[in-house]
Design a protein around this ligand. Structure first.
Ligand code: 7TS
Length: 424
């Protein structure tokens, strides 16, 4: 397949002639959804943890191993050239998906966690010195807290945290006030995994840039649900995980502005990331290869490319509108259940419905729902500071994807009623 053939084609499939979004057609693309769990049809509402994979992604990986498997960027032989072409075609797909200016700004990493660690260990270690500050928000996933804590400990720098209100919205004034002369980086989530809050990212980036502070965005929970345009946002770094956007696990993307990536030292070292090596001196490869040491996850990269093609085929506007409808429908129904308290009621939200029920532990909610074939996540969602902010040890969290239906939301509501009966 040529690079051109892999470009996003903009053809939107599941909008029927009537203009309605055809969710059943989407569901048919996901083999895993058509099974029973504990005797009930599977209702998969744990999409913020990981989403299911369409046939197109599964097939792309199988096709690669059956037809093209070879190492990339080295061989002169047919298979290696094929594998390299497919690998680099996926990079172009990502570039187009994020609207990055250059494909060299797209670095493949294991996922969001690695993307953030890469920036902390390269940009961070080079730029942050004793007395400097890194600014985050109170709604970050642990992956966007701990790497900065480690960096700040090492450098004797200070981690600053902008607070959130009772709805789970960022206090923008506080965020602006914390951007000081010592702030070397703001690292903020686009969408909160525990609350569903969508941050006013463009505004935040403008605020940071007006103080010459670069911004890293954790896009793990945004990329599956909304159009992300890194040039329009003007973010300096943007990272996301393939597995939350219908792609394979263990693969993700770090976007970085070329000027910043150029100036950064390498992250991991070894093969592929070098230009030349002698025992006296090594020079590094050009972008993005400087940051891709060793044989990469070729099959996963190709699978990720197929996932983004798939998403583009559905149309991000269609996905967003469908999920928005589900979230509104679910929010109304679940909040009407006696004893339920929603955690995260921001005006701008995506995909996530976190809640607690009076006197019932979230783990019990999850277990009883599972017996009815309904998969949700319970716990602190790797966002313990958010739990502390809302005074709960954990929440039950339903999170929606493009293949979920209103009928599944009805099943969730019936399931929660059952939980209440069991504990009555
Ligand atoms: N950032 C956010 C906002 C996330 O939601 C997650 C994963 C990560 C970073 C880390 O992503 P990874 O792919 O590198 O692990 N969040 C979740 C979740 O909410 N439930 O399971 C994983």
């Amino acid at each position: 397949m040529t690079s051109a053939a892999r470009k996003l084609d903009g053809e939107k499939r599941p909008v029927s002639a009537t203009g309605r979004f055809d969710v059943e057609r989407v569901r048919a693309d996901f083999p895993i959804l058509h099974q029973k769990v504990h005797g009930h049809p599977l209702v998969y509402l744990d999409n913020a943890a990981t989403s299911q994979k369409p046939r197109a992604v599964i097939d792309a990986i199988t096709r690669y191993y059956e037809g093209s498997n070879a190492n990339v960027h080295r061989g002169v032989h047919f298979l290696s050239e094929n594998a390299t072409e497919e690998y680099e075609a996926a990079r172009l797909t990502v570039q187009e998906f994020l609207n990055a200016a250059h494909s060299r700004e797209i670095v493949f990493v294991r996922g969001t966690t690695e993307g953030i660690n890469l920036v902390a260990q390269t940009f961070g270690r080079a730029q942050v010195q004793a007395g400097d500050e890194v600014l985050i928000t109170a709604m970050e996933h642990h992956s966007n807290i701990v790497p900065w804590q480690i960096l700040c400990d090492e450098k004797r720098a200070r981690l600053r945290v902008a607070s959130i209100n009772d709805q789970g919205e960022l206090l923008l004034d506080e965020f602006a006030n914390l951007l000081g002369p010592r702030t070397k980086l703001a690292a903020v989530t686009h969408v909160s995994n525990a609350l569903g809050t969508i941050n006013p990212l463009k505004r935040m980036i403008e605020m940071a840039h007006s103080r010459n502070v670069p911004v890293l965005v954790d896009g793990a929970q945004a990329v599956p649900h909304m159009k992300v345009d890194v040039q329009d946002l003007d973010c300096d770094f943007y990272t996301f995980s393939g597995h939350k956007v219908y792609g394979p696990t263990g693969i993700g993307v770090l976007y970085g502005k070329a000027t910043l990536l150029h100036a950064m030292p390498p992250y991991q070292s070894g093969g592929d990331m070098i230009s030349s090596v002698t025992f006296e001196k090594t020079t590094y490869n050009q972008l993005p290869y400087k940051f891709e040491a060793g044989t990469p996850h070729i099959a996963r990269v190709i699978g990720l490319g197929a996932a983004l093609q798939y998403v583009d085929g559905l149309g991000m506007e269609n996905i967003g509108a469908h999920e928005h409808d589900l979230l509104a429908y679910a929010t109304e129904a679940v909040s009407a259940i006696p004893g339920v308290r929603l955690i995260g009621t921001a005006k701008e939200k995506a995909s996530v419905l976190s809640f607690v029920i009076e006197d019932i532990h979230p783990h019990d909610i999850g277990t009883i729902l599972d017996q009815q074939g309904i998969a949700i996540r319970t716990g602190h969602h790797c966002s313990q500071p958010v739990m502390e902010r809302f005074g709960v040890p954990a929440t039950a969290r339903a999170s929606f994807a493009v293949y979920n239906t209103r009928k599944e939301v009805d099943a969730l509501v019936r399931g929660i009623e059952k939980v209440r009966q069991v504990f009555a």
